[in-house]
Design a protein around this ligand. Structure first.
Ligand code: GMT
Length: 374
């Protein structure tokens, strides 16, 4: 099939999943056209059969807001005229499914079908904002098929918005050949020269991630165990988080790495992963950690209970309950047998449920259904 994939290029789970889906589809023989405003963050390997199309949005002094949704729709029509797309797969309802809808209308009969995957922010954060409700619901309702990355997000979508289309759940996935524990002895020696325990957090440091809780948990752990905290990613809450670390007296034990492309080696050196988010429709970072054999302590919110097996691959705690999170973290870090059990189960859990070979065929089946080839 000829599939157009539309996603955000920036660091974030939706762009990562869309890019990995593009790679997996290309390897299965499909022709993939990735459409975005810049080369997506993880499109860092050459893949035959993936072509990237950049959306340029010229600005004119008269118009204050760049009309991205229009230039994206225009680009999708252009790509269709060149490639004859069977499907446009939009990752996010707004603005991507909106632009895909416009493109389909412009192309008219015999044009591509629109599949929309919901990733969370558009529903749980923007969906509740009256400035967006109507356009999000419209863009979902006019899609030919709609998927959500977790059962929790599916429920939120149909509860919060006037959606009349069925929403199927297709979970996020990883290329398990790449996402696995790697030999990390040398890296560990550098990151934890005194044999300290390594805790890690990775996010875009937005308020929804509650990175201050990471530091609160770490400070409690560090009082009992020699340990270090590795922070991967960047965002508006990073500086206040580091100020808090300084106030709590642990700043010198926090290593700030910024955005990193290759995180599997880093994760392989870690003992524990923390994700104390307020909301997380899926929590791809926790999945990546578990794939590398790292037990996780996460908040019980959104789709995380579907991603983390409580007591088997990590622990789920109430949002903001840093005391319990710290207790759970210490329990895992102080008990070698528990750590080994959780670590092995985490790898197995991801392999059984979240590898590309299991999930990508679900998208292919959906494309066949939506184009009448089932
Ligand atoms: O919240 C983020 O980190 C970014 C956001 C995105 O657009 O990539 O993530 C959302 O989609 C990811 C991929 O499906 C999910 O793993 C994240 O849980 C989801 N974020 C939220 O729900 C807040």
């Amino acid at each position: 099939m000829r599939i157009g994939i539309v996603c955000y290029p920036s660091v974030g789970g939706s762009g990562i999943v869309a890019t990995e889906l593009a790679a997996q589809l290309a390897r299965r023989g499909h022709e993939v056209h990735l459409v975005s405003s810049a080369v997506p963050f993880r499109l860092n390997r050459f893949e035959e059969r993936i072509r990237f199309h950049q959306v340029e949005t010229p600005t004119y002094p008269l118009f204050q807001e760049p009309p991205y949704v229009l230039t994206l729709a225009n680009k999708l029509v252009e790509v269709h005229r060149i490639a004859g797309l069977d499907v446009i797969h939009a990752h996010y309802a707004v603005p991507h499914a909106t632009a895909a809808y416009l493109a389909r209308e412009i192309i008219g009969a015999g044009g591509p079908r629109v599949v929309t995957t919901l990733h969370g922010t558009d529903i749980t954060l923007m969906g509740a904002d009256p400035s967006f409700t109507e356009i999000i619901a419209f863009s979902i309702n006019r899609s030919d098929e709609v998927t959500a990355v977790s059962e929790s997000l599916r429920t939120d979508t149909v509860t919060l918005l006037p959606v009349d289309r069925p929403v199927r759940v297709i979970p996020n996935f990883l290329d398990c050949a790449r996402w696995r524990r790697q030999e990390a002895g040398e890296l560990r020696r550098r990151l934890a020269p005194e044999g300290e325990r390594l805790l890690m957090h990775m996010s875009n440091f937005r308020r929804v991630k509650r990175p201050w809780d990471v530091v609160e948990v770490f400070a409690r752990v560090a009082r009992r165990l020699p340990s270090r905290l590795i922070l991967v990613g960047e965002g508006p809450e990073l500086a206040p988080t580091l100020s808090l670390a300084a106030r709590l007296g642990v700043r010198d034990r926090v290593l700030v790495l910024g955005n990193q492309e290759e995180v599997a080696p880093l994760l392989s050196a870690a003992d524990l992963f923390l994700l104390p988010s307020e909301q997380e429709s899926f929590g791809l970072a926790a999945l990546e950690a578990m794939a590398c054999g790292v037990p996780v302590v996460v908040s019980r919110t959104g789709g995380l209970p579907e991603v983390v097996a409580e007591g088997e691959t990590g622990f789920l705690c109430r949002v903001g309950d840093v005391e319990t999170m710290a207790e759970r973290a210490l329990q895992i870090l102080e008990d070698g047998r528990l750590h080994a059990r959780l670590s092995a189960a985490a790898v197995e859990w991801v392999r059984t449920h979240f590898c590309a070979e299991r999930v990508v065929p679900q998208y292919e089946a959906l494309y066949r259904t939506v184009t009448g080839q089932a």
